[in-house]
Design a protein around this ligand. Structure first.
Ligand SMILES: Nc1nc2c(ncn2[C@@H]2O[C@H](COP(=O)(O)OP(=O)(O)OP(=O)(O)O)[C@@H](O)[C@H]2O)c(=O)[nH]1
Ligand SMILES: [Mg+2]
Length: 698
């Protein structure tokens, strides 16, 4: 790509909280620019961005999608990102693909934690942003004033470039405060015409224009001098200064419109071209030299050494793995040869594609600024850097997300059971927030993810893409058992069946050990009461008995068992006899040593808006939670607590209900604690019921 063309290129993310209208806005931008022939609608399932079957079914964006357009000779690639917390990891990873973004606001709904999280992440990635106040056909007349409280929370200096004309159903267009022109829109076609500023808005418009010009001139010393000197500032001068200040993230322009009614979309496209960065404006990306570890930069120039960062992986059962990358510098060799500096392996890229919704268009001459995908690369994962082998560089990988909730998946049939691990493995390539392990006892797959909705969607995809059908079950809480007292007991096996009998006799002492100590076996046999060769069998018998638990079938931990006496028979004793004798002795001793159940306690941080704090704390108390402290973050509070895992297995929907969807939480294992008596009784009863049901089955 020539430099002049590169200067016009805009890679633009569409960011904002769940349901703010990002996908609808992307569709309106594509249609207005003529990139699509009809306006895609999320609710009708006709969106080119929300094209996955699960997105169509649930009317939410689940993963990031891409589409390009052309506007006033500016090629643009739009990146539509999900906004709901369960899918935010993909949005955050994709921030690396673009240097500018449209941040969608809904003043009526207010800001949810997702908006704040995205805003902070975008600050860190140094992304220039324009605010788009969407759904103006639903906003009351004072929307432009109420935006201020949202900006305060985000600690962002916003500048209103427009004044909305009309409100709610009567929302008709906008006054452009820089040119002092009004734009009125035909209903539902997106076509606008210039008009006089309505008389009742003239005074407000004048006032707002003055404030805008003052704010813009304050960003530039020369301009400020001119302004204070009373000289007229030209439209060009103002725009240039506003562009510079937006690129430097000193200010964030604010525009208004309606995506579904296509009002203000052409103005927004103009603003993207005018104020958001080209790849050149994004500056020099910084990585490190993989050999020396020294920091290195690359020029955003087609003739610089090639480098690209893989920010996303798409797994498809038929097409295979698609690695989506942003070219950070240089041009890809014509033969497609490059080097994966993370895996230290050579790659050869046969074909590159541009992603246009669900379609893939061949891409030629791939160079700096491009967002492209390559199929079936050998050994590549999200977060890798591809580069020129002669000029290796490695960009920082994606942030880590720790899953907050786990569910058990039970395969419906034997065939499903075989397909589940493979399907989940493929899905883990594209979704870095999933963790999976197998429950040794139930053979269920334990799937951990970012929220209940996230897990449910994974289960749907598992069936659609990999043909693996599973039942989603709340996970079993991994209780454990231990003892609180010290006791001794005998375990004796004596059987005479026909010929050779079985004989083993052990005396065992059990005593508790501190938390986390596990298991200790002490052999105190003296004088050959039990021959040495049977001692390992005794230990084995105890270990097996511990795994099976005593109270409710949960593994026992934190205890010491001492074998201090016993007897044997010359003919009838065997390893097997001593193993059984020891396990009997162990159970007899544990029975007298005050056995108890232990439950996992989690560290939980809940982020909620100030006004919901009382309700959330009350609810935490009713879940046996202990509030440890509070942190303030903007208009939100972070409540730090310790809470038993069994009480928060399905916390997500409850928190959603308590906070109208504005709360967020994070869980992490902390430690084990004794389960209170009445709850322990219930767990024991359930276990007994399970056991007798199993016995009846056999
Ligand atoms: N009245 C009105 N409704 C809108 C507008 N924009 C979007 N919507 C509706 O708002 C809902 C959410 O729109 P989406 O475009 O899916 O929102 P989103 O931000 O992409 O949502 P996620 O990707 O799931 O976070 C849909 O029902 C849209 O029809 C608008 O300008 N006016
Ligand atoms: Mg969406």
């Amino acid at each position: 790509m020539a430099i002049a063309e590169l200067e016009k290129l805009r890679n633009v993310g569409i960011l904002g909280q769940g349901g703010s209208g990002k996908t609808s806005l992307g569709e309106a931008m594509l249609f207005t620019a003529g990139a699509t022939q009809r306006l895609g609608r999320v609710l009708d399932g006709t969106s080119v961005f929300d094209h996955e079957p699960e997105e169509v079914k649930h009317h939410v964006s689940i993963s990031t999608a891409f589409h390009s357009l052309n506007w006033t000779k500016h090629p643009m690639t739009l990146v539509d990102t999900p906004g709901y917390a369960a899918f935010l990891a993909d949005s955050i990873n994709c921030l690396r693909a673009f240097g500018g973004a449209v941040f969608v606001l809904n003043p009526m709904v207010g800001l949810r934690v997702e908006s704040e999280r995205l805003w902070i992440e975008a600050n860190e990635q140094r992304i220039g942003r324009i605010f788009f106040v969407n759904k103006m056909d639903h906003e009351p007349a004072d929307a432009h004033e109420r935006v201020n409280s949202l900006l305060e929370t985000l600690e962002a200096k916003g500048l209103c470039l427009q004044l909305p004309i009309g409100a709610e159903a009567e929302f008709k267009g906008v006054v452009d405060l820089l040119s002092m022109k009004a734009y009125l829109y035909e209903s539902d076609t997106g076509k606008s015409s210039e008009a006089e500023i309505p008389a009742d808005l003239k005074e407000t418009a004048e006032k707002m224009r003055l404030a805008l010009i003052e704010a813009v001139s304050e960003t530039d010393d020369a301009l400020l001098e001119k302004y204070l000197d009373g000289q007229e500032l030209s439209l060009d001068e103002l725009k240039r200064a506003l562009r510079k200040a937006t690129l430097e993230r000193q200010v964030f322009p604010i525009l208004f419109g309606s995506s579904t009614r296509q009002i203000g979309i052409d103005r927004l496209l103009d603003a993207v071209a005018d104020y958001l960065p080209s790849p050149i404006d994004e500056g020099e990306p910084e990585g490190k030299n993989p050999a020396t570890g020294e920091a290195e930069k690359r020029k955003p120039d087609p003739s610089a050494p090639f480098s690209a960062y893989v920010f996303k992986t798409i797994s498809d059962p038929f097409a295979g793995k698609l690695s989506v990358m942003r070219v950070m510098s240089g041009t890809l060799n014509h033969d497609g040869a490059c080097y994966n500096s993370n895996k230290q392996s050579k790659e050869k890229i046969a074909h590159m594609f541009r992603l246009e919704g669900k379609k893939q268009e061949p891409a030629k001459d791939v160079s700096v600024g491009d967002i492209v995908a390559a199929a079936k690369l050998k050994d590549i994962t999200t977060g890798d850097t591809l580069c020129d082998e002669k000029a290796p560089i490695q960009y920082a990988g994606p942030p880590r997300f720790s899953p907050v909730i786990s569910f058990a998946l039970e395969p419906k049939s034997k065939v499903d059971e075989e397909k589940v691990p493979q399907g989940l493995h493929r899905m883990m390539e594209e979704d870095l927030t999933i963790e999976v392990h197998r429950d040794e006892e139930t053979r269920d797959f334990i799937l951990s993810g970012m929220g209940q909705q996230h897990i449910e969607i994974i289960v749907e995809k598992l069936k659609r893409k990999y043909g693996a059908d599973v039942v989603l079950k709340a996970p079993k809480v991994p209780y454990k058992e231990t003892i609180r007292g010290k006791a001794s007991a005998q375990g004796r096996l004596k059987k005479q069946t026909g010929g050779r009998g079985q004989f083993g006799d052990t005396w065992l002492r059990v005593e508790p050990l501190p938390h986390g100590a596990g298991f200790e076996f002490v052999d105190e046999i003296v004088g050959g009461a039990i021959p040495r060769n049977y001692i390992p069998a005794v230990e084995k018998g105890i270990r097996e008995a511990m795994t099976g638990g005593y109270l409710a079938g949960y593994p026992m931990v934190d205890l010491r068992v001492t074998l201090y006496d016993g007897s044997y028979h010359d003919v009838d004793s065997s390893d097997m006899a001593f193993k059984i004798a020891a396990s009997l002795g162990f159970k007899n001793a544990v029975e007298k040593a005050k056995p108890v159940l232990l439950e996992p306690i989690m560290n939980m941080d809940v982020t909620v808006p100030d006004e919901c704090m009382g309700d959330v704390i009350g609810d935490l108390n009713s879940r046996r939670g202990k509030v440890l402290g509070m942190d303030t973050k903007g208009h939100s509070q972070i409540i730090k607590s310790k809470v038993p895992m069994s009480e928060v297995l399905k916390y997500a929907p409850d928190l959603r209900a308590l906070t109208s969807g504005r709360g967020e939480f994070h869980l992490e294992f902390s430690h084990y604690e004794e389960l209170p008596g009445h709850l322990a009784e219930k767990v024991i009863k359930d276990a007994q019921a399970r056991k007798s049901a199993e016995q009846q089955e056999h």
